[in-house]
Unconditional design. Structure first.
Length: 398
């Protein structure tokens, strides 16, 4: 239960070794060298901040980590994800977890719904229905306890929790997000997040923004808010072929001919390869689904009623995706563009190769996305279309 968890966690911190800050930073810099990256001054400062805050936290036995939490934000392509990953790998504790925030929140929604339903069933009276039962204190307590149990089941005895792409765009998520942060703070878990948004731009819709204000206040009170913006999107820089991995091995091709596809190892699917997949609640038509490769036409993946949960499920089984017949700006719909952006986010975050086969330029369509979302999509596309001419990349680009 949460109380038991808190008692265990409060004494779980160990003494950080002498020279811990240097050890973590040296590990991050060594990984940068291996990856062919030269960290810029802003990125080096960020590594130092994360190392210092983690050292203070791990060196204490029971004190609250308030102030040591880090909210790292900045435009896409400035190296936030790469730095967080390298820092996470260097942390000298096994009690650490790293999640993409979207993945975590989807799992939390599912777990919270299940535990809440079970908890409410125990307090529900047979004749209690509708509005008469909604405000009952036992129902509120059961729902709150169930959500805490769901969070605890996902985190276990974690000491340091890292989130990539922290955000809130849905008013329905605002209350759950507030409870999640409260749980983390009370359990003395050190929280490190990356985001494309400053805290004040979470849930930016003016109609719903008041719902996120308590969370923004908690972030400002308990977390070090650090901006990383070197004024360069490093995904616009060429990357050496030898340094390309996963997602970055993919291509962005406009009007590609068969010989061009062959040159990157692609062959058009044959009619008999078409299948229908059902990753969640409904089917999606794929042109090919074989071990190691999944091929969709844009219309089937992005113009049908698919959702990020579908992409997350499929990403578990296929390490190479192709999306073909992507329309240009004249035919691109806002809904299709949004779903494609969501799919690309999932593939990027899971480091899955993507080959995007496009009929014509669709950059004019990006005006249909919020400014930061458009910038993030552009940055991810730049990671695909760069030609390989260099052996060293200036700055991490994730």
């Amino acid at each position: 239960m949460p109380q038991q968890y808190s008692a265990v966690h409060a004494g779980a911190h160990h003494q950080a070794p002498d020279g811990f800050i240097d050890e973590v930073q040296q590990a991050v810099f060594a990984k940068a060298s291996t990856d062919g990256i030269v960290l810029d001054p802003g990125q080096q400062d960020t590594v130092g901040l994360l190392s210092r805050n983690a050292m203070r936290y791990l060196s204490r036995a029971t004190a609250s980590p308030s102030g040591d939490h880090v909210y790292l934000w900045g435009p896409p392509g400035r190296g936030k994800t790469w730095i967080l990953g390298a820092f996470f790998d260097a942390l000298p504790t096994p009690k650490k977890r790293r999640f993409h925030f979207h993945d975590f929140f989807r799992q939390l929604h599912a777990s919270a719904h299940k535990t809440t339903t079970e908890a409410l069933a125990l307090v529900e009276e047979p004749d209690a229905r509708g509005s008469a039962s909604r405000g009952r204190s036992d129902r509120v307590a059961a729902r709150t306890s169930a959500i805490e149990q769901a969070i605890e089941s996902m985190l276990g005895d974690v000491e340091i929790l890292c989130f990539d792409e922290f955000h809130c765009n849905d008013p329905g998520d605002a209350m759950l997000l507030a409870r999640m942060l409260k749980f983390i703070m009370e359990r003395r878990i050190l929280l490190i997040t990356t985001s494309n948004y400053p805290p004040e731009e979470l849930l930016a819709d003016e109609y719903y923004h008041h719902l996120i204000l308590p969370t923004i206040a908690a972030i400002r009170e308990h977390m070090t808010v650090h901006e990383l913006d070197g004024q360069k999107d490093y995904r616009t820089f060429d990357v050496a072929t030898s340094a390309r991995r996963g997602y970055n091995t993919g291509s962005f091709l406009i009007g590609a001919k068969p010989q061009t596809l062959q040159s990157i190892g692609l062959t058009e699917p044959l009619p008999h390869e078409a299948v229908r997949l059902k990753p969640t609640s409904h089917e999606i038509a794929a042109r090919r689904a074989v071990p190691g490769q999944l091929w969709f036409d844009f219309s089937e993946l992005c113009e049908s009623l698919t959702a990020p949960l579908d992409y997350l499920e499929l990403a578990k089984d296929y390490e190479h995706w192709i999306i073909s017949d992507v329309p240009g700006s004249r035919s691109m719909t806002p809904f299709g563009l949004r779903r494609m952006a969501n799919a690309i986010d999932v593939l990027y975050d899971h480091d899955i190769r993507l080959d995007l086969l496009v009929h014509a330029d669709f950059s004019e369509s990006l005006q249909h996305l919020p400014e930061l979302d458009a910038a993030r999509l552009t940055s991810r596309l730049n990671a695909l279309q760069n030609n390989v001419t260099q052996t060293t990349t200036e700055g991490a680009n994730a």
